[in-house]
Write a protein that binds this ligand. Sequence first.
Ligand code: FAD
Ligand code: NAP
Length: 543
Amino acid sequence: MTLVAGEVNRQKLSASVDVVIVGAGFAGMYMVHKCHELGLSCLAIEKGDDVGGTWYWNRYPGARCDVPSLEYSYQFSEELQREWHWSEKYATQPEILRYAQHVAERFDLKRDMVFETTVTHAAWNDDTSSWCVDTDRGDTVHAQFLVMATGCLSSANKPRFPDDETFRGEVYHTGSWPHDGVDFTGKRVAVIGTGSSGLQSIPLIAEQASHLTVFQRTATYSVPANNGPNDADYEAKVMADIAGFRARNSATRSAFGGDFPTNEVSVFDVDDDERHRMLEERWDSSGLLFLGAFNDVLMSDTSNEAVAEFVREKIRGIVKDPVVAEKLAPRQTIGCKRLCLDTNYYGTFNRDNVTLVDISDAPIDRLTPNGVVTGGVEYEVDVIVYATGFDAMTGSFLKANIHGRGGLPLTEAWGAGPLTYLGLNSHGFPNMFLVTGPGSPSVLTNMIVSIEQHVNWIGECISHMRNNGHRIIEAQEQAQADWVAYVNMIAGYTLFPTCNSWYLGANVPGKPRVFMPLLGYSDYVARCEQVAATGYAGFQLSA
Ligand code: FAD
Ligand code: NAP
């Protein structure tokens, strides 16, 4: 049965199902498929009017993945892998969205999805040992299990500036871009933010706009994407041993790039010429794996500085105006904020119609009806693009208004920062699974691999419970405390906590400063497997 987006399965919202899934991005989609495999009744509830999640919402110019598409794609079905062909090394947002739609169709996922519906409240009922889930349409659905597939990067961070409501022009956020696109022709445009979304969109907006003003609070390290059409020979080679390819990738710390492992050599183990040669090699070909040129880039200040200076030199070589080049040259630890991939980002600042405004010392004071004021100067614009990112990793969970045992609000339980065991469950919230929750490697990995690993684990856990007469699973408080301490300890060995990144929640005013993702995918998987093999150690299972 083909279901029309927005018109699907509303009747199920008054029913009771085994599993309610919130979100229909890659996580929610695969969770629906897993429920089908296991014979569990399920319903995925999605705010948007179609599947795709990130790739449904982020339609800004230039949006594309930065993990190669041959890896940034599902591996649960060999047939799917063989029948889908990516046109470019890093696929565009429309192509990834088409892929998501293809998967939904191919595996008949929409028969258990409702769209244009937001979960506004979810409460655990101790008497019935089940979840009661409410939506913005007034529906209530009951389920034994609640799976939060709401995404790490799905709650837009749109900072407020004084008088922002007075601005008379158009306003967009990269994370909720209009479906019909935006025509910047002949317009004066401001982009606020220079993270990955800003870096991807700025070169294309500059080509269309009459003038582009970029407001930069923190300069960003980026390496060239070197994107292009997918190489058919390489694809054939990958497909000849797709299982081996996937296994090599999953054995890495970030779940991708198994064929380009981190060099087991430190920055100062080699002389200057060799260091330069190794960095050039990675700069030209390896995308995000650039930092894998050496094994101590995120461990040692001096090693990090040597690599950071290499990138600054690249920027100085690309950007003609030395003053602009110095403003674009980042000073913080490289890799501490997420590294970006770009296509002609730095070169865009050589255009006559592009102005860089450094707001690191003088933040945006206010908006006016005509534009943006900073440092006492008003920049008149017709359009403002917020490329200001997300309330990452916790935003969408907390917005869903979840209440656990005894009515405990998740916002209260996580008041000082997220608390999870394995990033999969939180004490006080029985039978609630988080897909790529805080405390799991999630955003430090190829996320589709992490999503599949979580969903597989959740599926096996539910099967185990059913086979052994358990109805309830909940993280033990001590196991959770130990896990949170472990996540922080691992981060503490590295330079990750040394800058104001969204990994730490530092981009959202008032958010607790806690390092949220766990470093190290392959070790994490081993730990999850060990927990399952030992009867779910650290979890309380009950009838
Ligand atoms: P999402 O895709 O975010 O889906 C979550 C869904 O839940 C959304 O559709 C949302 O509408 C819905 N939802 C949330 N709350 C509710 C609610 N209360 N009620 C109903 N529905 C709700 N990762 C990589 O590994 N490689 C990349 O190259 C990469 N590129 C990215 C590019 C961009 C522009 C962004 C923003 C992220 C990128 N990511 C990348 C991370 C990306 O988010 C993940 O790879 C992946 O798509 C996440 O899938 P998901 O299903 O977990 O979450
Ligand atoms: P981001 O990395 O958080 O960048 C947001 C930008 O907005 C930063 O430059 C930030 O400055 C700035 N900003 C935030 N609040 C501001 C304020 N009040 N005033 C001025 N500037 C402000 O967000 P993103 O670019 O959307 O990317 C988020 C993540 O999504 C990425 O790290 C990545 O994981 C994923 N993503 C991936 C791709 C891809 O290439 N595949 C593309 C887009 C997104 P500060 O740095 O000073 O905070």
